[in-house]
Design a binder for this molecule. Structure first.
Ligand code: FAD
Length: 395
């Protein structure tokens, strides 16, 4: 390949461009992004950037020095695989290899579209709009007690806002963690002074209030919606690239799409995990860091490299550092490690005695040791595992 075009200038797109140069690619690299801003990192948007503790979160990458042709404020509109061309608002861009890294976009709350005072939190522009909202210390309703909802609620409490979190499920993080593990997290909301309303849905939004499906009115000067994200792939419909049930690009184990010479990586794509024997759609930062290395290897190298990561992510919420590594299913055996009412504890998941996933709250050492054991596929002794005073070790 002589011309690589990367669409989407978020973490995955930027890392792909950088990895190509790191691995010695000497052809042209064009990086096309819809947002007008210098490419930036998203995790700080719900943390330091939101609270005004950090100026911004632009990536520390010298695109010029790396000879990466960065085209910002340019939206890709479609792919014509027969011509090997990407269509953008600024005209067609020919490619030998195309990498799709358009990430995800937040799911909108039905009926809340265009209602004044309703916010999402995905982009730098969103964070810029929300910072003054926090500074006014108003009443804020957060819709959704997922990762983003919890982090936003944390920041809003820190800024001195009155916060109510409305969650349709009976617990926080219902999509990610079993009830047993999420239960102790419910108390984190109350401890921080936020009110968590589970089993509740937004009926409508009125000026100054959110009306819930039980008829109650919650004061709201602003509403922040954090009910999930879905792959940003609408622009690619009709191109022949196979999309999955969540509208994600269905990549193979080398992160190739169903079209020749087109790869997909990051939040926009799922891949078959050999390790976990199931297809994974990961919406976390580490996947947007690791995946691009595999893509670059496959573009540059002679021997194809398979992508088979142990997924990892972290969240900072209510003064706690929460980390998760691996992947579990409801069929896996859950082992507690420490007291969940305490400040720090972990949970392990075993499959046929092997460690497959670990959640650590304030126990980064468990996370580091657990990650190695998961990578090694180590067999564990559940009894030793349950003792938080012992280091994590294989049996
Ligand atoms: P994105 O970051 O979504 O980047 C995709 C880019 O493509 C965007 O800039 C978009 O504008 C652009 N684009 C889309 N369509 C087009 C088009 N048609 N043409 C051109 N450009 C296009 N993960 C963690 O592990 N830990 C955290 O603590 C954490 N905190 C987060 C906090 C927030 C507020 C958010 C929003 C996410 C957080 N994440 C966190 C998730 C993490 O940021 C994402 O997994 C990561 O950003 C994915 O990178 P990506 O490049 O695949 O997608």
């Amino acid at each position: 390949a002589r011309r690589v075009v990367v669409v989407g200038a978020g973490m995955a797109g930027v890392q792909t461009a950088v990895a190509l140069r790191e691995q010695g690619f000497t052809g042209t690299v064009t990086l096309i992004g819809a947002e007008p801003h210098q490419p930036y990192d998203r995790p700080p948007l719900s943390k330091a950037v939101l609270l005004g503790k950090a100026e911004g979160s632009a990536f520390d990458v010298d695109f010029e020095a790396l000879d990466i042709d960065l085209r910002l404020g340019s939206e890709a509109l479609g792919v014509r695989p027969g011509d090997h061309e990407l269509d953008t608002a600024a005209g067609p861009v020919p490619y030998d290899v195309l990498v799709v890294a358009t990430g995800a976009e937040p799911i909108r709350l039905p009926g809340a579209e265009g209602v004044p005072g309703v916010h999402l939190l995905r982009t730098l522009d969103d964070a810029d709009r929300l910072r003054p909202v926090l500074a006014r210390q108003h009443d804020i309703v957060v819709v959704g007690a997922g990762w983003i909802g919890a982090e936003f609620a944390t920041a809003a409490r820190e800024a001195g806002c009155a916060v109510t979190v409305v969650e349709a499920a009976d617990r926080p993080l219902a999509g990610a963690l079993p009830a047993e593990v999420a239960a102790p997290m419910t108390a984190w909301y109350a401890d921080s002074g936020a009110s968590l309303r589970t089993g509740a849905r937004v009926e409508r939004i009125e000026p100054g209030a959110v009306v819930l499906d039980d008829g109650s009115r919650v004061p709201a000067d602003a509403v922040v919606v954090g009910i999930g994200a879905r792959p940003a792939t609408a622009w690619i419909a009709g191109s022949g690239i196979e999309l999955g049930a969540h509208r994600e690009i269905v990549a193979d184990d080398h992160l190739r799409t169903s079209l020749p010479d087109v790869y997909a990586v990051g939040d926009c794509a799922s891949f078959p995990s050999g390790r976990y024997e199931e297809r994974l759609l990961v919406h976390h930062w580490d996947n947007a860091l690791q995946g691009p290395r595999t893509v670059a290897l496959n573009i540059v190298g002679q021997t194809p490299a398979a992508y088979d990561p142990v997924p990892y992510f972290w969240s900072e919420q209510f003064g706690r550092f929460v980390q998760y590594v691996g992947h579990h299913t409801p069929a896996d055996t859950l082992v507690w490690r420490g007291d969940p009412s305490g400040a720090s504890w972990s949970v392990c998941w075993l499959r046929e005695a092997r460690l497959v996933a670990l959640l650590a709250v304030g126990r980064p050492r468990d996370l580091a040791q657990g990650r190695r054991l998961i990578e090694a596929g180590a067999a564990m002794d559940p009894e030793l595992l349950a003792d938080p005073s012992r280091p994590l070790k294989g049996a």
